[in-house]
Design a protein around this ligand. Structure first.
Ligand code: AMP
Length: 191
């Protein structure tokens, strides 16, 4: 099984690239952000709780996020592999993911990080906000908080997987196709 973490700050292109990668490799795409937005649209208790944090650009608490992620993986036992997009976002989530996969005799194949400078991120998210309908994409102070939270809580996950030689950084600036080619070359070098 090819289990990839597509890593990088908000707005680095993870969702766009994940959509292309699942088509090429036949993988399951799990975006915790998309799962939360689905719960919000349906007005579920989980969605209501998640919205409190998402609307401020903060992280949804680990126990809620990890539980939701495990359910999604358990609901799809027959897949060739998984692209994790937007998860893990804390070291506790990374450790929980590794334990959960190990119980199934599985593991993360690689973490591939898209490197995009902060100012480029702000501009990309603001322009995505014109069409995405996401309230967290429209307010610059919320966007900057999301980047701050990423640098504080999420970025250390790169070093966590680097300890087992699994982290790879690629240039995340360029056209969608150029970045996709960089990603597929990287994936083919690890599997
Ligand atoms: P995204 O669509 O990945 O940009 O996520 C949008 C928002 O959902 C984030 O700003 C967080 O509030 C929340 N979120 C998504 N994934 C996670 C996660 N793994 N842990 C905590 N919060 C998350």
């Amino acid at each position: 099984m090819l289990n990839l973490i597509l890593f990088g700050p908000p707005g680095s292109g993870k969702g766009t690239q994940a959509a292309k990668l699942i088509e090429k490799y036949g993988l399951l795409h799990i975006s915790t952000g998309d799962l939360f937005r689905y719960e919000i649209e349906n007005g579920t208790p989980l969605g209501l709780k998640a919205e409190e944090f998402m609307s401020k650009g903060e992280l949804v608490p680990d126990e809620i996020t990890i539980g939701m992620l495990k359910n999604k993986v358990n609901d799809n036992p027959e897949v060739n592999g998984i692209i994790f997009d937007g998860f893990p976002r804390t070291l506790a989530q990374a450790e929980a993911l590794d334990r959960f996969l190990a119980e199934k005799c599985l593991s993360i194949t690689a973490l591939i990080a898209l490197d995009v400078p902060d100012e480029e991120i702000v501009q990309r998210i603001l322009s995505r906000g014109e069409t995405s309908g996401r309230s967290d994409d429209n307010d610059e102070s919320i966007i900057r908080n999301r980047i701050f939270v990423y640098n504080e809580e999420t970025a250390p996950i790169y070093n966590y997987y680097a300890e087992s030689g699994k982290s790879i950084m690629i240039e995340g600036v360029g056209s969608v196709d150029v970045i996709f080619n960089r990603l597929t070359a990287t994936i083919e070098s690890v599997c």
